[in-house]
Design a protein around this ligand. Structure first.
Ligand SMILES: [Zn+2]
Length: 394
């Protein structure tokens, strides 16, 4: 397929290139040049801005059935992995129903230009199988991070007990069926358990410093911050870091591939806003996620808009919108160490066709600002995943 006369945000710096041609072959971008001789089946895309497919780096689509339930409850009574109301709902809902709503969320994400999402899956092996069933036949790229349903008590953490052989075996089995581990947090796991988990060869990620309460709990039980302990997992990336200290951020920037912030989820739980300005200063690689469907909509356009404005509003300092768009694209590709999130030769052909002339965007004064705070599902003409048009048309 050749897309001719198209505008694109090219490469890892999202450079605007106008009137070029893009050749897609198989599932990858093969050649990008104004000099490609167009064949008969070339598609004229002069009114299109092609941007990398958006990557939602943190979700829990499993709770799609529980949208906006328990709005006034505290964070813990809502989503604590051991006693939160979310767990009760998931336990008591027939799997068929859970699957039905997980499918709806995946379809909704594709319509919103999300071509890949990274899901923290609860429910052990059964939970992983449930997600696989839900995603069957839906062309979105998914990275499923599972976990075993074993949460240690404060006492077990203080005694630094490791997980039993039984759970270790369960973990090894689980990892055969998913892309890695998504650990709930360091407050539910002892140092030795975290070290044990660090031996897995697949992706490793952990929630860290999400709330003031989780931050102080870790300090009071272990005298260490959640981040210091979370790093025992040797994680590829950390989720949230809303209450991270400067030293925590320094450690994260040195020892991980990055941080996934979830600003709207944090705000909707009345738990603050991640300080991305400070994170950028500390040279952390930043990606963005929408977190639980229960508390937030899986829409990265809204997420980017919110993060951009709220950060500038709080710090009274401008941020280049391109930096925000990178969080939902190229930075996420780097964090996951995959050839996605970037329109460049050799990368997987995941992209969103934006209508330049759409009533919400025309005239396009700044393409980065336009995507971050004006674009929506309505300004999308088509979505391509792995070289195939999976939504809309061009
Ligand atoms: Zn989460």
């Amino acid at each position: 397929m050749i897309l001719k006369n198209i505008s694109i945000l090219y490469g890892s710096d999202l450079k605007l290139v106008e009137k070029t041609n893009v050749e897609v072959s198989g599932n990858k971008f093969k050649k990008i040049s104004s000099k490609i001789t167009s064949s008969k089946n070339a598609i004229n895309c002069e009114d299109i801005l092609l941007i990398p497919g958006l990557i939602n780096s943190h979700t829990h689509i499993g709770d799609s059935i529980a949208k906006d339930l328990g709005l006034n409850k505290t964070v813990d009574s809502k989503i604590n992995p051991v006693f939160g109301m979310k767990q009760k709902i998931l336990r008591e809902t027939p799997p068929k129903k859970l699957i039905q709503f997980m499918r709806k969320t995946s379809q909704s994400m594709i319509k919103k230009g999300i071509t890949c999402f990274v899901d923290f899956r609860e429910g052990g092996l059964e939970g992983v199988f449930l997600a696989k069933k839900a995603l069957k036949g839906i062309p979105i790229r998914s990275i499923i991070l599972g976990r075993i349903e074993k949460y240690q008590s404060t006492d077990q953490i203080k005694k630094n007990l490791s997980i039993s052989n039984h759970y270790q075996k369960e973990l090894e089995f689980l990892l055969k069926y998913c892309d890695g581990l998504g650990i709930s947090g360091s407050n539910e796991n002892s140092d030795s358990s975290l070290k044990q988990f660090s031996k897995t060869k697949k992706l490793r990620a952990i929630h860290c410093a999400e709330t003031k309460q989780s931050f102080s709990k870790s300090k009071s039980i272990t005298k260490k911050t959640e981040v210091q302990r979370g790093l025992l997992l040797n994680p590829h990336f950390l989720i949230h870091m809303t209450y991270a200290t400067k030293n925590d951020l320094k450690l994260a920037s040195k020892k991980t591939k990055g941080i996934v912030v979830c600003p709207r989820a944090n705000a909707s739980l009345a738990e603050g806003i991640p300080d991305v300005e400070q994170m950028m200063k500390m040279k952390c690689n930043l990606a963005i996620g929408t977190d639980n469907v229960m508390i937030n909509s899986p829409d990265l356009f809204r997420e980017m808009d919110f993060l951009w404005k709220v950060t500038m509003g709080i710090n009274k300092k401008r941020i280049d919108p391109k930096k925000i768009l990178k969080m939902a694209t190229v930075n996420a590709g780097k964090l996951l160490d995959k050839k996605i999130g970037c329109i460049k030769e050799g990368y997987l052909a995941d992209a969103v066709f934006i209508k330049k002339k759409h009533v919400d965007l025309d005239p396009l004064g700044d393409p980065y600002a336009a995507i971050v705070h004006r674009a929506s599902e309505k300004s999308i003409s088509a979505v391509m995943i792995g070289g195939k048009i999976v939504h809309g048309k061009i």
